[in-house]
Design a binder for this molecule. Sequence first.
Ligand code: ZN
Length: 339
Amino acid sequence: MKVADGERYSRQILFAGIGERGQEALGRSHAAIVGCGALGSFHAAALTRAGVGRLTILDRDYVEPSNLQRQWLFEESDAEASLPKAVAAERRLAGINSAVRVRGIVTDLTASNVAELLGEADVILDGTDNFETRYLINDFAVSRAKPWIYGAAVGSYGVTMPVVPGRTACLRCVYPDAPSGIQPTCETAGVLNPIVAAVAALQVADALKILTGRPELVAGRITTIDVWEGGIRQIEMPPPDPECPCCGRREFVHLAESARQPVHMCGRNAVQIHERVQPIDLMELKARLEPLGKVRASEFALRFATGPYEITVFPDGRAIVKGVDDTGLARSLYARYVG
Ligand SMILES: [Zn+2]
């Protein structure tokens, strides 16, 4: 069925902030989504329905049954077939709006492919679950003066913040370093689907302002939401820090290709990850992982088994993931269980 554009987008065009001109601008624009999990699948569905011209979706993971509670685009059949999320998303979005050029790419975003994958995007939406990838996005976005929108959710809590280079602070102005210590993840602390929807919706609203030609409406604020016990809070972002290594001194260390490559150890069906050089309290991690699988820990190493995978974590933050020959999947397992 071909739906006439005028009819399809009529309610959005009626909205005074967008109108015909905004809708046309949106139809010529290109959005990229990094990570198509709970946040990313909401971004993808919303932008496809809204009529973005092109959508690039990057994800390194496969659909699992535990995703279905909050990852809006996926169905039971996708989990049964263990489809890559990027592939399942592309298929489903084609049925929602066949006019949008959607490209789902099964990949791990790294310094060596970031320019090729994100170079043409007009805005980048953060659907990732880890600071390593966010710092990479931040360095790339600031180096190319591209806006991107940070988002994160765990438990009932979430946070979002737009980064508009040249106007707002960047991620490293606000978070100079990744949060230290063991952070809760959706695998260890759970996550509710309303917080995911709330954070992702605010990210999409900022993306729509940018893509319909009203970037000046994006407010430089950090929004935090707790849908269970708290409420919604907004604070002004700090001004850009002239000493910020990224947007101030323009030293894009995360774009250096040697910086953060996990080492693939061929022949052993194992991947070593050494990108996070940060001490880890193994006993604290053990307590966190105990409900989720078999875990043993000494002062030298922690070993955690889940499904076909075994993750060994060392006190310096290094890890070896066994049972995988795919560096993207190994990094994903690390982000989910270690943080
Ligand atoms: Zn900065």
